[in-house]
Design a protein around this ligand. Structure first.
Ligand SMILES: NC(=O)c1ccc[n+]([C@@H]2O[C@H](COP(=O)([O-])OP(=O)(O)OC[C@H]3O[C@@H](n4cnc5c(N)ncnc54)[C@H](OP(=O)(O)O)[C@@H]3O)[C@@H](O)[C@H]2O)c1
Length: 241
């Protein structure tokens, strides 16, 4: 029976979610592609199928408990989930003194609560088999706060803490839990189309490359259980840190 990868937080094909899906398909997994925008996830699905891989697109909001339960059930019905990735977590910048509580809460919902909902359902499925890999996407904000990023930092740091807790609880039960800190802007469609001046300033190889990031996730996925990494950090050679 084919195994599945379920990846939530997928947008454009030239984005991290899109790359994670195509790389997981290259590992022979049936990829269940989840995101809020049907058009985007269908494009990723069609690209994988066009390349001879297997994929299903499912519309799901990471913050909606019943949709996450449904997503995990659908993936398990196709095949046992062997790889699960929580990639949702758009940036939430904002002036702190003018910030509405609802905005702060919405950052927490996507960056942290969604990770909890997804992890709980995925681990319930994996635990009976005592195997599987669950990975979370982090950012610079997972490690350090800075002005105008209080909401995003609180959410991403919460996700990192969640991942650590889950690693200590569930790795002894055979489930590999990983957290990937992407320290810097990603060379994906979002930044390239929305922030051309930023891209220009960053210069050649000034943004973190999609291919390298996706390979790092697959490296974690393929590690033998007697040599697991919990956290990786990735940045371009130019980054000051
Ligand atoms: N972009 C960067 O420079 C950068 C840098 C460091 C870390 N990261 C992290 O990398 C991850 C990917 O971000 P990305 O900006 O590069 O985008 P991406 O992987 O290309 O796409 C992520 C997609 O997640 C979807 N999404 C957002 N909220 C969601 C929700 N509640 N439920 C389901 N799907 C949701 C969005 O699609 P819709 O908008 O269509 O819903 C978005 O297109 C995030 O966790 C981010 O924090 C990004």
């Amino acid at each position: 029976m084919i195994k599945t990868a379920v990846i939530i937080g997928v947008g454009p094909i030239e984005g991290l979610g899109g790359y994670l899906c195509t790389h997981a398909a290259n590992k022979g997994l049936h990829v269940v592609i989840a995101g809020r925008t049907l058009r985007s996830i269908k494009t990723v699905r069609d690209a994988i199928r066009g390349n001879g891989g297997e994929a299903t697109a499912v519309v799901a909001d990471a913050t909606d408990e019943s949709q996450i339960k449904q997503l995990v059930n659908e993936a398990e019905a196709i095949g046992p989930i062997d790889l699960a990735i929580y990639n949702a977590g758009n940036n939430f910048p904002g002036n702190f003194l003018e910030m509405q509580a609802s905005y702060f809460e919405s950052a927490w919902r996507v960056c942290t609560l969604g990770g909890f909902l997804f992890a709980r359902e995925v681990i319930k499925a994996m635990i009976e088999r005592k195997s599987g890999t669950l990975l979370f996407t982090g950012a610079s904000a997972s490690m350090r706060g800075r002005p105008d990023f209080a909401a995003f930092t609180a959410g991403k740091a919460g996700l990192r803490a969640l991942a650590q807790s889950l690693a200590r609880e569930f790795q002894p039960q055979g489930i590999h839990i990983g957290h990937v800190v992407i320290d810097g802007g990603i060379a994906g469609e979002k930044i390239i189309s929305k922030y051309p001046e930023f891209v220009e300033r960053a210069g050649e190889d000034g943004l973190v490359g999609l291919g390298g990031i996706a390979e790092a996730y697959m490296y974690l996925y393929k590690q033998p259980r007697n040599a697991w990494t919990h956290e990786l950090d990735l940045r371009t050679f130019k980054e000051n840190f």
